[in-house]
Design a protein. Structure first.
Length: 307
């Protein structure tokens, strides 16, 4: 990576925050929701949980509160940590069939032994606003219309918002999960970046990440990426949200270590997280905006006027 790939930095990386971006997305969601309500459609998202983890409960409450502020109705279906795969799958199938529900989010973690693949498969692709169903992932990889996993979508939206050029750049993604790392890598390729996907079996991680103009870290390991991993001026998107003893959150990047080296870094919290939440709501509105959803509201006489 050449030294003039990105502008020179001050002592600390430019903060690639998500607050302004998420506020803009929420404002657009609010406007679009009001238009749908005028047609008789109340966008509704259902969040299915099966845990007593307090941090998860806090996140779900955040989704619900943010949804209600935009006019979207949020249903929380909490089944507790003893819920079986069959019980959860039945609920997801019912929600998929419910014409009043437009978006479905299956929140992890789930009870030990749960068949996550079977549960994701039970979510209708048309309501899969978090891009969890294998059909959604397959459509995405085939460059067909589908909801991308919201966190992966948030990474790309943040890069665009901060005017980070991707075409012809070198990008490294650390983490290969089906809901973040793998789809992010594909979305970067779609934008004509040259992408390396790293994971826990990568022998010399720093040798790969030091080649990158853009580094996306989604490994779930606090402080995994340090100054030795980063090329001069690299832009870093830190997807990690790791709980620490004092109740706070830290990312996968050691922010102090990369200071003075990285050109930009997303804060944790306040970076990818709020954008992800806003995009989940935007996807719900998109699902509710389909002709089928409007037809179900028995307002077909207004569809022509709306279009």
């Amino acid at each position: 990576m050449s030294s003039d790939t990105f502008p020179r930095r001050s002592a600390r990386p430019v903060p690639l925050g998500g607050a302004d971006l998420s506020a803009s997305i929420r404002a657009d969601v609010t406007t679009r929701t009001a238009s749908l309500v005028a047609l008789g459609v109340r966008p509704t998202v259902a969040v299915v949980t099966a845990t007593d983890d307090e941090s998860t409960a806090w996140y779900v409450r955040t989704i619900a509160a943010t949804a209600e502020r935009t006019g979207i109705h949020c249903e929380i279906h909490a089944f507790g940590p003893e819920a079986s795969t069959n019980r959860l799958r039945t609920a997801l199938v019912e929600l998929s069939r419910d014409p009043g529900v437009h978006g479905i989010i299956l929140q992890t973690p789930l009870p030990k032994g749960t068949d996550l693949a079977a549960l994701r498969d039970a979510i209708s692709p048309e309501k899969d606003v978090d891009g969890a169903n294998p059909v959604s992932i397959g459509r995405l990889l085939a460059n067909q219309r589908a909801f991308a996993p919201a966190t992966a979508q948030a990474v790309m939206t943040l890069l665009d918002f901060h005017d980070i050029e991707l075409q012809g750049k070198t990008a490294v993604v650390v983490g290969r999960s089906i809901v973040v790392g793998t789809p992010v890598a594909h979305l970067l390729v779609q934008r004509n970046a040259t992408v390396t996907l790293c994971h826990r079996h990568t022998r010399d991680l720093a040798a790969s990440t030091r080649t990158a103009d853009v580094v996306v870290v989604a490994a779930g390991v606090p402080g995994l990426i340090t100054g030795e991993h980063i090329a001069d001026g690299a832009m870093i998107i830190d997807v990690g949200t790791n709980a620490v003893a004092d109740g706070g959150l830290v990312g996968d990047v050691d922010a102090d270590s990369v200071a003075g080296i990285a050109g930009g870094l997303t804060p944790v919290p306040g970076g990818v997280g709020p954008v992800t939440t806003a995009l989940l709501l935007a996807n719900t509105v998109a699902a509710a905006s389909t002709a089928d959803a409007i037809d179900r509201a028995d307002r077909g006489d207004l569809i022509g006027a709306a279009g």
